[in-house]
Design a protein. Structure first.
Length: 267
């Protein structure tokens, strides 16, 4: 710590009990009002040790000197009782302190703490393997499934997460994809998985890989059309093919195989 400067002001005069000045007199310096040990670690303003101790000048004034490191008050006795001296550089030190970039280390502390928080936008979260990137919990019991997180958007919210575990997305513009999953450097084989092992007699999860292939142990039901550009394979149809139309496929260069079916309609 730095040494503080004492003495040298109009208030720093050595006086006897009658108020008379005490010129050219040596004073004894202490750290407290009762401390019996004198302070010897005193320097003049040039940084030299006060070998003869603290001496008043010819006017009885205490000259400027430097106290021990970090000391903010001292007591001096010129044979008239101890009186307290305070540093005369407090104003200068305060000015330098307030103009310092981070005088208390509070900025450094805050910056360190902010590493564990997220900004309002443009965040990048770097996490170790198998670590959740987000967890939202509601500690207040609410059986009605009230919203615990809501992102406001045009007309209504863009995204809502409810206590009952449900989530809702609203698409307000044709320029954004409501849900998009992008593959990183080390990606799992599946882009989307619904783990249904405990349902449907343990038929397994529903999976979509990065090529768009769907793998499910359950049934697929549709009330619309099924359009297939590739081959349809099933255990109950084997390798049979189905043709339909007004013209025999054999006349169109198709070699019919056992089990193939031609459904003729029209004329």
């Amino acid at each position: 710590m730095a040494r503080n400067v004492f003495g040298g002001t109009a208030a720093d005069a050595a006086e006897n009990e009658s108020g008379g000045r005490l010129p050219n007199l040596k004073g004894r310096v202490y750290l407290t009002q009762e401390d019996p040990n004198e302070v010897k670690d005193l320097l003049d303003m040039a940084g030299n040790a006060l070998k003869d101790g603290l001496l008043t000048d010819e006017r009885g004034m205490i000259p400027m000197f430097q106290g021990p490191d970090g000391i903010e008050q001292m007591w001096v006795d010129f044979n008239a009782g101890r009186v307290m001296l305070t540093p005369n550089d407090i104003g200068r030190r305060l000015k330098a302190h307030t103009e310092s970039f981070d005088p208390h280390g509070s900025k450094q502390y805050t910056d360190g703490r902010l590493d564990g928080f997220l900004a309002k936008d443009k965040n990048q979260v770097n996490l170790p393997v198998n670590t959740r990137w987000l967890g939202l919990m509601n500690t207040v019991p609410r059986p009605d499934g009230d919203t615990i997180y809501q992102s406001n958007g045009v007309a209504t919210y863009n995204f809502a997460l409810r206590q009952n575990g449900s989530a809702t997305f609203y698409q307000h513009t044709n320029t954004h994809i409501p849900v998009e999953i992008r593959a990183g450097a080390e990606v799992n084989a599946n882009a989307f998985v619904i783990n249904g092992n405990t349902f449907a007699n343990g038929k397994g999860p529903f999976k979509i890989n990065w090529e768009g292939a769907i793998d499910t142990g359950g049934d697929i039901t549709t009330r619309g059309n099924v359009n297939v550009s590739g081959t349809v394979s099933a255990s109950n149809i084997g390798s049979a093919r189905v043709f339909s139309g007004t013209v025999d496929p054999a006349t169109q260069g198709v070699t019919l195989k056992p089990g193939d079916i031609w459904v003729q309609y029209g004329s």
